[in-house]
Each structure stands twice: as structure tokens, then as C-alpha cells.
Write a protein that binds this ligand. Structure first.
Ligand code: DC
Length: 222
């Protein structure tokens, strides 16, 4: 049976993960958080003292990670990745490991393998362009850097009162720059992606827009 693939790409802090998780749950599909896969590689390299210049060692770490779905959730080495993969240190390191083509190759192979077994909603930077160019429905989420920094600041400031919105904005702009300008699978919308700017939209509005488009594309009943 042909699998259904829905992709959601876009820069950090656009609410992609939340929208993807919600869309997947509404459609009863697994949610593939590909950012968590890059984060898992970064976490493992930090834990094992691997230098972030050493591509072949990073690839070796990536190959040792087991990815699978259980009850529509991605498990990494048998565990549901919690917030421990979302620290600033791991965010920075993940954006570095994601620049290595050989690391991407290992993870893309795993992503395609999962999509061969399950219909899914896949979220990342290159899902509609490189990994699943044949996807049934593609979305690209954007929001202004200011709005993204504001959202992230609201999430972080209670736990870290010293952090400023300007610091977060700088960090976001650096990550965007690295993700957009890397040679391997740079961040950009697929030609056939539906672009949603959510600077002024609620989460509910974004998800409803997505559901509506999926139904239209798949000619599903409303
Ligand atoms: O979406 P995220 O912030 O969890 O992603 C972590 C890093 O991994 C981010 O710098 C971009 C990178 N990434 C990527 O290059 N390709 C993907 N498909 C997903 C994430």
C-alpha cells in the first residue's frame, strides 16, 4: 500500500514541531521529528567527547543510534526524547553536525526507511526538498526573526532570567545563516510547498490551515 507523506519544513522557532505534532495527532499518523535525530547525534558526540571537526567519528556515532516508532512516537535508542535534547548547547551542536553531508546521509536513510514502513508527518529543514520530494503534501512555515525570538524568550526567561531577547535573536540569526548557507541540503522551501507565515497566526489557525490543505490535496472528505 502506498504510504502518505506530509512534510513540514522551516527555520527554528516557527512552531513547526508543535504544528507537526498536532497535525499528526489529528490525522492519526506518527510524527517524525528529524531535528531530534540531529540532536541525538550531537548529544552522543558531546557525551563521548567526540570533536565536532571529526566527521568520520560523528558519522560513526550517528550509525550507532537506533530509531523506531512506537505508538506514533519516535523512539531514540528505545527512549522517547524529552526536553534533555533541547538545551542550547545541543541546539548549537546539532546545527554543526547537520552541516556534514555524510551525517545527513545516515539520517536521511533512516528517515526514508521509516517512511517505507509508515505513513507519517515529517518535520525538519529538507524533508520536502531532499528527503521526500515525492511527498503528498508539503508545508514551509516561516515567521519573522523578531516573533521567533520573542516566543523563545517567553519559553526560557522563567528558568533563565539573565537571558535577553537580543541574545536569542542573535542566536536564531546565526543558526538560520548556518542552516540556509550550508552546502548539503540547505534550508529552503520546495517549489511545490505551501508557505505559511505564522507571525500573526495562532497555533490552532496554522493547524486548521494545514488540515484543510491536506484534505484538499488528498481529496479527503471534510
Ligand atoms: O528543528 P531542530 O531545531 O530540532 O533541529 C536541530 C538542528 O538540526 C537545526 O540546526 C537544523 C538541523 N536539522 C537539519 O539540518 N535537517 C533536518 N531535517 C532537521 C534538523
Amino acid at each position: 500500500m502506498e504510504r502518505l507523506i506530509i512534510t513540514i519544513d522551516g527555520p527554528a522557532g516557527t512552531g513547526k514541531s508543535t504544528a507537526a505534532r498536532e497535525l499528526a495527532s489529528r490525522l492519526g499518523l506518527p510524527f517524525l521529528d528529524t531535528g531530534a535525530m540531529y540532536r541525538a547525534v550531537a548529544w552522543r558526540c558531546l557525551k563521548n567527547g567526540i570533536s565536532f571537526d571529526d566527521e568520520s567519528q560523528i558519522v560513526k556515532q550517528a550509525r550507532q543510534i537506533r530509531f523506531e516508532f512506537s505508538k506514533n512516537r519516535l523512539l531514540i535508542d528505545g527512549n522517547d526524547p524529552g526536553d534533555e535534547l533541547r538545551s542550547d548547547e545541543i541546539s548549537r551542536a546539532a546545527s554543526v553536525v547537520a552541516t556534514f553531508p555524510a551525517v545527513r546521509e545516515v539520517l536521511v536513510e533512516q528517515q526514508r526507511k521509516l517512511a517505507g514502513e509508515y505513513s507519517l508527518v515529517s518535520e525538519g529543514r529538507d524533508q520536502g526538498t531532499v528527503v521526500f520530494p515525492q511527498a503528498n503534501c508539503k508545508f514551509f512555515l516561516t515567521a519573522s526573526p523578531d516573533v521567533r525570538a520573542e516566543r523563545r524568550w517567553n519559553d526560557l526567561r522563567a528558568g533563565n532570567p539573565a537571558i535577553s531577547k537580543e541574545m536569542i535573536l542573535r542566536e536564531i540569526e546565526q543558526r538560520d545563516e548556518r542552516d540556509r548557507n550550508r552546502k548539503a541540503a540547505p534550508l529552503k522551501p520546495a517549489e511545490d510547498a505551501i508557505i505559511i507565515d505564522n507571525s500573526n497566526k495562532t497555533r490552532e489557525e496554522v493547524v486548521s490551515l494545514m488540515v484543510e490543505n491536506v484534505r484538499k490535496t488528498m481529496q479527503l472528505p471534510g
